[in-house]
Design a protein around this ligand. Structure first.
Ligand code: P1T
Length: 384
């Protein structure tokens, strides 16, 4: 299987026809426990928190897509993130990107700071040199998103991985926005990849799920232990849905990227739009790095509306195909205001310092017909 292409792996790895029945699709093993022949003698499964065949098929498949050696499915992206932080000794320091999902910021600041004595420095990792200035004796980890949520900054993953290796820090890449179809951080030298699999990996906005992938046996053993010990595993039903979603990841990503490029170009020309942040636009400052490390530029677009907060809300009240909702990565298009929605848990002064203004709009561009999407945006922009 190793030599097969991306889509072949997505459709087949871990998903051999069921040996007992011939079922072409991996069955949903809806069971909490497994009968043992004699104490400790079993067929590889004891209890579904420690392992379940439907989840195991999914874990093999996602590990293969990220070119890792081990994958672990969780009940949410944040549950996966929590386990990564718990794998560090108490009192560790993390260097994280200063633009990241609001829930990740909340996990670090409001849960792990007191629970794990975690220290976090938030820095602009588009300038990798800041890492060296931020390292302390207790620094253990570098945490990046690329593209970042919501400003779509692109971080030079090879440079970050090299610096992490130099200082013996564990490097973590949240690959939710890019997916392994567009970039494979482990290949670029990262130690751990984490996902909100709720998003593009699943692709159909019908489950909450998370993933950790690594290619290092020692890290895999720690994560496997914590996955079982903390227990936030993905259910067999949700594992089945995620396996089904993954089969079309490549074709979905191609369609998301194509639509997003067309829409970003449309918005960049529009008089009611102040500025578009999309790494696929040639004048975007992150375009050269994105071109180098990504196969295409992704399905997310953020942009600033001319006219401030009231104009922005009016615009959002007038889209129809773009549904006003948090989340991203599904086949249907979504629209939201990060400052009021996904990133509201970040204090206002930090948000504003980092550029998350009240007139910043985030689009998750779906795979509908692009002319319909443009017409919807144009109509709502005219309504301002
Ligand atoms: O929602 P959950 O599956 O727990 O994943 C959290 C998460 C982690 N990392 C990134 C980059 C994310 O975007 C998210 C969740 N984000 C949203 C819900 C959002 O609308 O941005």
């Amino acid at each position: 299987m190793e030599d097969y292409g991306f889509s072949t792996k997505a459709i087949h790895v871990g998903q051999e026809p069921d040996s007992a029945t011939g079922s072409i699709i991996t069955p949903i093993f809806a069971t909490s426990t497994f009968v043992q022949e004699s104490p400790g003698k079993h067929k590889g499964y004891e209890y579904s928190r420690s392992g379940n065949p439907t989840r195991a098929a999914l874990e093999k498949c996602v590990a293969a897509l990220e070119e890792g050696t081990a994958g672990f499915a969780f009940s949410s992206g944040l549950a996966a993130e929590s386990v990564i932080v718990d794998s560090l000794p108490s009192g560790s320091h993390i260097i994280a990107t200063n633009d990241l999902y609001g829930g990740t910021f909340r996990l670090f600041e409001q849960v792990k700071k007191s629970g794990n004595q975690l220290e976090v420095s938030y820095v602009d990792l588009t300038e990798p040199a800041v890492i060296e200035q931020s390292i302390k004796p207790n620094t253990r980890m570098i945490w990046v998103e690329s593209p970042t949520n919501p400003l779509l900054k692109i971080i030079d993953l090879k440079k970050i991985a090299a610096l992490a290796a130099k200082y013996k820090l564990i490097s973590v890449c949240d690959n939710t926005f890019a997916t392994p179809y567009l970039q494979k951080p482990l290949q670029l030298g990262f130690d751990i990849v984490v996902h909100s699999a709720t998003k593009y990996l699943n692709g159909h906005s019908d489950i909450i799920a998370g993933f950790i992938i690594t290619n290092q046996a020692e890290l895999a053993a720690k994560i496997k232990f914590l996955q079982n010990a903390e227990g936030a595993i993905l259910s067999p039903f949700d594992s089945f849905l995620l396996l089904r979603g993954l089969k079309t990841l490549a074709v979905r990503m191609q369609a998301h990227c194509k639509n997003a490029q067309t829409i970003a170009e449309f918005l960049a020309r529009h008089a009611k739009v102040e500025k578009v942040l999309y790494p696929g636009l040639p004048d975007n400052p992150h375009h050269p790095v994105a071109k180098d490390q990504m196969a295409a530029f992704g399905g997310m677009i953020t942009f600033f509306i001319r006219g401030g907060s009231s104009a922005t809300i009016k615009f959002l009240d007038n889209t129809h195909l773009f549904s006003l909702a948090e989340s991203l990565g599904g086949v249907e298009s979504l629209i939201e205001v990060p400052a009021l929605m996904t990133h509201a848990s970040i204090p206002k002064e930090i948000r504003e310092k980092n550029g998350i203004a009240d007139n910043l709009v985030r689009l998750s561009v779906g795979i509908e017909d692009v002319d319909d999407l443009i017409q919807d945006l144009d109509h709502a922009l005219q309504a301002i």
